[in-house]
Design a protein around this ligand. Structure first.
Ligand code: ARG
Length: 584
């Protein structure tokens, strides 16, 4: 479906040509002076230089050619040479009617769409999911949905941190507490028990205790390192315990992600990449790109034109240990072998950007990806407290995600109850939806790279630029539609008021917003768009008697317009990763 802006541009370009000027001057943009016009073309200004005429004269010539065009209500040549345009109501309605019926509202899929792996979540097993992982989950989920909207086959991979020292720490602490467990008996030959010797609450307490202990107790720290090593060598006892830790942790992680409306197609982790390391190292050696530097094996990745220093990518330390980068490279190899993606996107803290720069360069140098494979790091900033420092609990610790969700939910529930928005069984359901919208919109409305301040009062407010305000707008429309009856097939009518027209013009801008959000991996563009759209929807609602309108034909047009607005808003919040309740 042709964009409305392109349609208008074509008309204006043709008018330039008909008036004897080059058509390239006919590019139209959305007006930056909505008080004067809806669209504008400034082409007469540069054309004036070329044709040695006054710009206003050229604008006047073009306006004369556009005079009879039914697409325009008004075409005005304004000093010094602008063309100010207003659309004819019927033209706008006809365009929106096509928009209403088109799949994805006529937004074209990416012609280069393909398979894309999105690496997000990145939770570390055995450590509780904390605030640092929240943004990755929220932003990654939205980016995945946007990728799908544009025709990509998107696959979310949680890429668990399941292979590091934290595993050795937990195992060492378990041994200190329950030395009699069969996992620690080297002579044990039977089957290890199917039931884990701990619960998730135990684990949540064990890891911080072990981590603290390792900082003051050298012997304990050595043991944890030793267990990590033995686990990685595949020794049965530690390996069996590791499996228990994985099972208990992932069940809990899934529960938490589920509450966030975040889901992963793949639950692989760093451990799954390990088998890919030896053949990868072998290839790198054969290619001669592994060089020795201070005892370590590294790949040089600096490039001509670098403005900052990009140090070599360390692949293996002198003691033979591999690193975070090694695992990420092996993961690329694994992904290319199993999924052959056209793109891999990483939604990870922006403080890891140098790491990804090194990994991407090393991956290309080692030929792990095709030259055209897109590797992109979408780095995000920190969520801060009101003091501007990284978000903490009242007691000063790092807040666990579950605690945060509970806190927001309690806060929202109190509001729902106080305002008697719903009653009985609906309270929990509606509360959960509003809480999720508050949390996600509060995050996504900021450009990913920006740090932002977590402010529950602001995020959960029903007015202003918030998730609950967007939901409220949708719910309000839903309630009018429910009272009206069947609305889905009513056609869009020509607008008769300024409020109706403004709302319709805002609807036409959906495609641009989605395309920009897709191109830049920037869900914040969608937030800005729906905030604007919701504003026009509410203005229209305030200024128009919808249900009490006596002219039934007129009423149909109003209903069709808010029905379409609801569908657009719902499509957008679905891309952001939350949904509206029936009532609130
Ligand atoms: N587990 C890592 C962390 O907590 C994030 C993993 C990000 N993804 C990746 N492929 N490195 O920092």
């Amino acid at each position: 479906m042709e964009k409305i802006l392109n349609l208008i541009s074509e008309k204006v370009a043709a008018a330039f040509e008909a008036a004897g000027y080059e058509s390239e001057y006919g590019r139209v943009t959305v007006s930056n002076r909505p008080d004067l016009c809806e669209y504008q073309c400034n082409g007469a200004l540069p054309a004036a230089k070329r044709y040695h005429k006054a710009p206003i004269q050229i604008a006047g010539d073009v306006a004369a050619k556009l005079a009879g065009d039914p697409a325009f209500l008004e075409v005005q040549a304004a000093m010094p040479g602008f063309l100010n345009l207003r659309l004819a109501p019927a033209f706008l309605a006809a365009w929106l009617e096509e928009f209403r019926g088109a799949p994805r509202f006529g937004v074209e899929p990416d012609p280069k769409a393909g398979r894309v792996v999105i690496d997000y979540g990145g939770a570390n097993v055995a450590k509780p999911l904390h605030i640092g992982h929240l943004r990755s989950a929220i932003i990654g989920e939205s980016i995945k949905r946007i990728q799908r909207f544009f025709g990509n086959e998107a696959l979310g991979d949680v890429h668990l941190g399941d292979w590091g020292l934290q595993m050795g720490l937990v195992i060492a602490e378990l041994q200190a507490r329950q030395p009699e467990l069969c996992y620690f008996d080297p002579a044990f030959t039977g089957e290890y028990p199917a039931e884990p010797p701990f619960t998730i609450s135990d684990l949540e307490e064990i890891y911080p205790a072990a981590s603290a202990k390792s900082k003051v107790d050298e012997a304990f720290a050595a043991k944890a390192h030793d267990f990590t090593y033995r686990l990685q060598q595949g020794e049965p006892g530690p390996r069996a315990l590791w499996k228990h830790i994985m099972a208990v942790s992932t069940a809990d992680l899934k529960k938490n992600y589920d509450k966030l409306g975040v889901c992963f197609e793949s639950w692989l982790g760093e451990s799954d990449a390990q088998p890919y390391i030896p053949p990868m190292l072998e290839d790198m050696r054969q290619q001669g790109i592994l060089v020795e530097s201070e005892g370590a094996q590294v790949i040089e990745v600096k490039e001509e034109g670098d403005t900052k220093e990009v140090p070599p990518c360390i692949i293996m330390k002198s003691d033979g240990a591999t690193l975070y980068a090694t695992t990420d490279l092996a993961t690329i190899r694994q992904r290319m072998e199993t999924w052959k993606p056209a793109k891999i996107l990483y939604v990870v803290d922006k403080r890891q950007s140098l790491h990804f720069e090194q990994v991407f360069r090393a991956a290309r140098k080692a030929g792990l990806v095709e030259p055209e494979t897109v590797l992109r790091h979408i780095g995000f900033g920190t969520m801060n407290g009101k003091d501007g420092k990284p978000f903490k609990t009242r007691s000063g610790g790092v807040m666990r995600l579950e605690t945060l969700i509970t806190e927001i939910t309690d806060f929202v529930r109190a509001k729902v109850e106080e305002n008697q928005l719903v009653s009985g069984e609906d309270v929990e359901n509606v509360t959960a939806k509003i809480a999720l919208a508050a949390l996600k919109y509060g995050d996504l409305m900021n450009a990913p790279t920006k740090d932002y301040v977590f402010d529950l009062d602001r995020f959960a407010a029903f007015e202003g630029n918030t998730g609950p305000y967007i939901l409220y707008t949708i719910v309000r429309i839903k309630s009018i539609l429910a009272r009206y009856g069947a609305w889905e097939d009513l056609p869009i009518a020509a607008p008769e008021t300024a409020e109706a027209k403004d709302l319709m013009l805002a609807l036409t801008r959906l495609g641009d917003a989605l395309e920009l959000a897709y191109r830049d991996c920037a869900p914040n563009v969608i937030c800005a768009y729906i905030y604007e759209l919701a504003g026009y929807a509410n203005k229209f609602y305030h200024e128009t008697r919808i249900l009490s309108e006596e002219d039934k034909e007129k009423q149909k047009g109003y209903i069709a317009l808010i029905g379409l607005t609801k569908r657009v808003l719902e499509t957008c919040i679905e891309l952001l990763g939350f949904e509206a309740p029936e009532k609130m």
